[in-house]
Write a protein that binds this ligand. Structure first.
Ligand SMILES: NC(=O)c1ccc[n+]([C@@H]2O[C@H](COP(=O)([O-])OP(=O)(O)OC[C@H]3O[C@@H](n4cnc5c(N)ncnc54)[C@H](OP(=O)(O)O)[C@@H]3O)[C@@H](O)[C@H]2O)c1
Length: 232
């Protein structure tokens, strides 16, 4: 039985990934802060193979509860660090970025994924498992206004690259999904029509390919893993 923990599974890419893995027979541990939306996601999945635990990834007690749920399934094959925050919307320029907000962005996007990895490393190592840290092109491109979120994803990218060499028995990926029509994306472009962006479900095949084909650890983008949208 393959077991995955997906953070931020109540909507967007996390929910789409949970549904796709579940259809392929995976057992899932899922989280998000909003209990109602998380419950709704879980309600559509097989009860015996799904554990949904509402909570905040920045909370150590919540992370301990996630570990306990993983242990009830007997171990972990795949950790998808997907939960993330954009920070304030509209995004402030760095010259006036509120530092308490920046701290919150780093706690959620950098420290919490690393903390989960530290917590789950023994079981992941035992199963020669896979870590997918969901990153963004904002980690490598210098978009004005994206300094908070973008620098947090740059830090996540670098953690990923170093973990990959420190933990050679694992696959450790930074996965850049590309633009998706989600709540986060709408918050990044307030008031703009984002309906031309792909749905997260269109991106999931790229993530599944990564997990299924197990290429070398490193940074991977949907654009490289899937044929161009028109050709799919
Ligand atoms: N959408 C894009 O265009 C785009 C582009 C590049 C990269 N990404 C990345 O793709 C991933 C998914 O993004 P998305 O667009 O699907 O985002 P989304 O629609 O905002 O969904 C985010 C999910 O994470 C959960 N979450 C947020 N903060 C959390 C916390 N502290 N603890 C636990 N759960 C938390 C949310 O639920 P609650 O709010 O209820 O907790 C929700 O389930 C993120 O890592 C994002 O940075 C997105």
């Amino acid at each position: 039985m393959s077991v995955a923990l997906i953070t931020g599974a109540s909507r967007g890419l996390g929910r789409a990934t949970a549904r796709a893995l579940s259809r392929r027979g995976w057992s899932l541990v899922l989280d998000a802060r909003g209990a109602d939306a998380l419950r709704e996601t879980a309600a559509g999945l097989p009860e015996a193979r799904t554990t949904a635990i509402p909570g905040d990834v920045t909370d150590p007690r919540h992370r301990a509860a996630l570990l306990a749920a993983v242990e009830r399934f007997g171990g972990l094959d795949l950790l998808v660090n997907n939960a993330s925050t954009l920070g304030p919307s509209p995004q402030p320029q760095l010259s006036r970025y509120p530092l308490d907000e920046l701290e919150r962005v780093y706690r959620t996007n950098v420290l919490a994924p690393l903390a989960l990895i530290q917590t789950l490393l023994p079981t992941l190592s035992e199963r020669e498992g896979t870590i997918v840290n969901v990153t963004s092109d904002a980690a490598v491109e210098a978009y004005p206004g994206w300094g908070g979120y973008g620098s947090s994803k740059a830090a996540l990218d670098h953690l990923t690259a170093i973990l990959a060499v420190e933990e050679p028995s694992l696959r450790v990926y930074a996965f850049d999904p590309g633009d998706m029509r989600t709540e986060m994306h709408q918050r990044a472009f307030p008031g703009e029509d984002v309906s031309d962006r792909p749905e997260p479900e269109e991106v999931v095949p790229a993530l599944l390919r990564l997990v299924g084909e197990s290429p070398a650890s490193g940074r991977h983008r949907t654009a490289e893993l899937l044929p161009p949208v028109g050709a799919r």
